[in-house]
Design a protein around this ligand. Structure first.
Ligand SMILES: [Zn+2]
Length: 150
């Protein structure tokens, strides 16, 4: 089911040649700046039972990271990779820049509504409040998304 949704969303990112596979992701989904794969955490998706709309939102967000990676040079890519693996920079400002830019790409590609749905559902379904707070800090708010969709 998630693969079908992926195929659909991917049509809005025609410049990318990306595959999505179940794999290790400490969050819901992860994409490395190198390579052509997005991994999703099958267990978490099973556990939270997000709506199709919400799943499309997170897929679009992850594909947006891939369009960012496509534009990035080798130094930027390495920095992102090291940060993902070891959080050595652990720089909220840097993370905010990347995450908020990804959300803006999602809106431009026409998945603002889906992104809002995903953020609404994680707030209801995910019990880890620390995780929610961190996400809220680094990503666009629902209000900001709505404003940008106009
Ligand atoms: Zn992200």
């Amino acid at each position: 089911m998630i693969k079908k949704l992926f195929k659909e969303v991917k049509k809005s990112f025609p410049e990318l040649k990306i595959k999505m596979l179940p794999g290790r992701a400490n969050s819901f989904m992860v994409s490395r700046p190198f390579g052509d794969k997005i991994y999703y955490n099958k267990k978490k998706f099973g556990q939270y039972k997000f709506s199709d709309t919400a799943i499309k939102g997170i897929i679009a967000h992850e594909l947006a990271h891939k369009t960012q990676a496509k534009k990035a040079n080798i130094f930027e890519k390495t920095k992102i990779l090291l940060n993902q693996k070891f959080s050595i920079f652990n720089n909220l400002k840097e993370e905010m820049k990347i995450e908020r830019e990804a959300d803006k790409i999602v809106i431009k590609r026409g998945y603002g509504k889906e992104l809002i749905q995903f953020y609404k559902e994680i707030e209801i379904k995910v019990k880890d409040k620390k995780f929610i707070q961190k996400k809220k800090k680094s990503h666009l708010s629902i209000k900001e998304i709505k404003k940008l969709m106009k």
